[in-house]
Write a protein that binds this ligand. Sequence first.
Ligand code: M6R
Length: 608
Amino acid sequence: MCGIVGYVGSRNGTSLLVDGLKRLEYRGYDSAGVSLMDGGGIETRKAKGKIAMLEAAIGSMPIQGNVGIAHTRWATHGPPNECNAHPHHDCSGTVSVVHNGIIENYGPLRAMLKKTGHTFVSDTDTEVLAHLIEAAFDDNLEEAVVDALALVEGTYGIAVICSRDPDKIVAARKGSPLLIGLGEGENYIASDVAAILQHTRHVVYLDDGEMAVVTRTGYRVMDLNAQTIKKRVNRIDWDLDKIEKGGYEHFMLKEIFEQPQTIQNTMRGRSVDEDGFSKLGGLNLSREELQHFDHIIITACGTSWHSALIGKMMIEEHARIRCEVEYASEFRYRNPIVSEKTLCIVISQSGETADTLAAMREAKRRGAKTLGLVNQVGSTIAREDDGGIYLHAGPEIGVASTKAFTSQVVALALLTLKLGRLRTMSVVQGRVVTQALEKLPEQIQNILDRAGEIEKIAAAFTDATNFLYLGRGFNFPVALEGALKLKEISYIHAEGYPAAEMKHGPIALIDADMPVVFIAPHDSVFDKVVSNVQEVKARGGRVIAITSRDEPSLDGKIDYEFRIPETIDMLNPVLSAIPLQLLAYYIAAKRGLNVDQPRNLAKSVTVE
Ligand code: M6R
């Protein structure tokens, strides 16, 4: 989603800001812009489309300056065009604002400002901020920003510069991530650490309701009543190569191939084989508290919601705790039953998804303890949950989530072990799980070594217009995930269903043009899935099967087959998801599509 970078120092900020924007490209955007304090006034360049277009605009009319802000926009109010791109200005051109989030009352504010003589040039909600700051400005930018924000309803992460108070950036946060990067004689603002990691590893995360005044020599964080807040400086410990392609054609492919390592990282030091137990230091819950819960709600969006469905099955089967899965966007506006015996597990790769964050806050408000399964270290969910399990999968840049999904499933398995062993799960049963977990990295490598087989299958389906994904038990959520991967990056319509549910409607779609992917490893429901394969084949459908051994019962019923290694039922999704990630990837790449930044999508959805 939208991205923010800001710089205040003594270097020319132009290329520094544009490079920062490039690091945020993965988040998804449709236009970009930059403003710099240029010899007393503010100069701005903007462009629709990719950052290369912005570079061209700067190339034909260069700007420079050592205080500046820049933005990648993902359109919400008004179409993606140069005028609606950020930064936005006031009437006199002395204030420049970039904004992530949504100003909900921008309509009445705009009408009020127009009545007092302000002229608007864009369709955006953001432009009201520039005019409000202009109207409130006396001689100090931070005071004007405080006064302006007092009138605003909605969410924001903003960075503001002003030529009448020129040596600073003022930033403020409510619901949209923002951090300060600390350098030597220079400082930064960013919505995502990737934008500034090239320059500094030391960052201060802003929390909701906080604002910062950032100058060359320092920073001050305060609340909206101007009370200073002491903040912790965090050190980022991952390297820039983690956000580079490392020889792969796309980030998505790189991230798929990283999975033997990322799974290892999720498990490191946490799976204790001799006791069939897991050690999860970050839960912040005592043994008694863990035994006290009799109800679990798992809430998430998208791919993370699919892993939540797998988590529910694991927890109910092995820990025997009643468990519900809720879309975060629905949970936050329902009247859910939550008690002090409820544990709310929140799953999010980015840790910034607006709906998931709001659902977690709602669960907390209703008295539940919250646990975050989050990948992005230092993200808002990770900072606001009561405890959690970091996925340690490393930065995920491809918009389509891959390695985060498999790490989520492994983290849920570790949590299931913890909860189960405190209840009915025996040491022997626990060891079956820990031993199966330990084998996963090698088994994933085995699948990846045969990626060429999937590429060949993909070649037969690049012109498909529809796909059906079917699975049962633990592999039903994998069917949903396989379909989501395909539709996100290849724009082919795809649906996931529980295999037996097909008879209740989707079977009407099956003909020789309908590819059907069956996720059919040899598990407790395999024989049932065979009957469903038979039903598809009888209607002429083309069957691609993900199996795990030679199955005579499938002879003559499948057109394409890919074998995955065998594991226990609850861990099958970790292995069966990978060929589906590859299938989606190869189909999209063969169609010549922008795999890492599919149209209309954003990596981190920070608006409702
Ligand atoms: O960062 P989160 O895990 O909270 O994101 C949730 C969804 O937006 C995300 O999984 C989305 O569905 C991905 N594009 C799936 O590939």
